[in-house]
Write a protein that binds this ligand. Structure first.
Ligand SMILES: *Cc1c(COP(=O)(O)O)cnc(C)c1O
Length: 429
């Protein structure tokens, strides 16, 4: 190997030459901050400045970055089996992971289909719903989704997502989708009415939903009773229930899955993000026996002919298995309960604040709106971001919403620092 010549330019400048970052308009965005190290809840930049990772790096690294238990398991696996085709072969990491996940998934989940990220996890959820009806000979080709939902950036996932301002170039190619508002509690009856009307007018194949919390819609919460009623009506009408738990899964709401808050259970569950604890990319779509059976046939064409090259990568499976082991441990459950309690106390403290709206929390997720008008990625957002970063806290405000999703291993002191920077921010803005 040839040695790469020593560069004198800064990383931020070299970044600009060849790299194109996600969700970024490079012409107007500030330059990218090089991060050198991540350990536990702390990110360290190339100048040695430390930041508390207040959103677990997009809800992935919930057991802390470079978690010793997970990295050592993966390092061991790396010596034995790195990658093998998962069509025709199988391996212990995938098998063990399936057994561990079935234990904690919402009741009724039976089969796991591997993929690479959250978008492909929902893409397959959508495919399962559409092909389920296709295989049964039903003419059902329309998906139902919530307004303002977010399910990813591939075509199927984009189609069902409601945040469409950035999708203008693609909209002509979307699958058919009907939408209902989220049930807020107050509007439940209107939502049910709208749902029944759509059911009577369209042949719905499936309903894809982020249970209880819409992450990308800026941590918008909705009503569990209302959602349960929607799920019940969909089930009575044989609409496949696809729970997108990519954000809400693995303990963030205080239960293993947000679906655990509802009596009606999903037919399909989409997972990613915290699935592999921030270590390796992977997605998973699980389904009930009933869904699986519609694909189980002597007819080859009834199978699910979808497969990604890195399907069930043994290293990613090993990371996910170690993550589940940590999640179910008493220590981690106590951590989650402690953050939940601290968040509730912080809600109590801020709920009557004159500058704030919708101060709320569920599990480790805490959010509120600043009572000002702004656009989603606008100027205020950048000011809020910078204010927190200057004070050693990484948060990613969306418009006027500020939220935290801290790693479960955050210390009492680090959590109090997150809260106090938020209080400083309220004095400033
Ligand atoms: C992040 C997210 C996705 C997309 O996952 P990617 O891994 O970014 O493709 C889908 N659904 C929800 C609810 C998400 O939060």
């Amino acid at each position: 190997m040839r040695n790469v010549e020593v560069k004198t330019e800064s990383l931020a400048d070299r970044d600009k030459k060849h790299l194109w970052h996600p969700l970024t308009q490079h012409k107007t965005s500030p330059e990218m901050l090089p991060i050198k190290k991540a350990k536990g809840c702390i990110l360290t930049d190339d100048n040695g400045k430390e930041y508390i990772d207040g959103i677990s790096s997009w809800y992935t690294a919930v057991y802390g970055h470079c978690n010793q238990y997970i990295t050592s398991k993966v390092a061991e696996q790396m010596q034995n089996l790195d990658q093998v085709v998962f069509s025709g072969f199988t391996h212990e990491p995938a098998i063990k992971l399936s057994e561990a996940l079935i234990e904690i998934l919402p009741e009724g989940q039976q089969k796991l289909f591997f993929n690479d990220n959250g978008s492909t996890a929902t893409e397959i959820g959508i495919k399962m719903a559409l092909q389920y009806h296709h295989n049964l000979g039903n003419d059902r080709k329309v998906m139902l989704a919530f307004e303002e939902g977010f399910h990813g950036d591939t075509f199927g996932a984009m189609s069902v997502s409601g945040l469409s301002v950035y999708n203008g170039a693609f909209e002509d190619h979307f699958i058919k989708v009907k939408r209902i508002p989220v049930p807020s509690g107050d509007n439940n009856q209107e939502v049910i009415k709208a749902l029944k009307k759509i059911i009577s007018e369209h042949n719905l194949a499936g309903f894809i939903y982020e249970p209880l919390i819409q992450g990308a819609a800026a941590m918008k919460f909705h009503d569990a009773d209302g959602l349960n009623e929607i799920l019940k009506i969909c089930r009575e009408n044989e609409i496949v229930l696809v729970a997108d738990e990519v954000m809400t899964g693995f303990g963030k709401t205080g239960k293993y899955f947000a679906s655990d808050y509802m009596e009606e259970k999903p037919d399909v569950v989409c997972m990613s993000k915290a699935l592999t604890a921030g270590l390796l990319p992977m997605g998973l779509t699980s389904c009930s026996q009933k869904i699986y059976e519609a694909f189980y046939s002597d007819d080859l064409a009834k199978g699910l002919f979808h497969g990604h090259t890195y399907t069930a990568n043994p290293l990613a499976c090993t990371a996910a298995l170690a993550a589940v082991e940590l999640l179910v441990s008493e220590e981690m459950q106590v951590n989650i309960q402690n953050i939940t309690k601290a968040n509730l106390e912080f809600v109590d403290k801020l709920k009557d604040h004159p500058k704030l709206k919708n101060v709320r929390s569920k599990g480790v997720i805490f959010a509120f709106e600043l009572d000002v008008k702004t656009d989603r990625y606008g100027g205020l957002r950048n000011q809020l971001f910078k204010f927190c970063m200057d004070r050693g806290v990484f948060l990613r405000p969306l418009g006027n919403t500020i939220y935290i999703v801290p790693p479960y291993v955050i210390s009492e002191k680090e959590l109090q620092k997150l809260y106090s920077v938020i209080e400083d921010l309220l004095r400033e803005f």
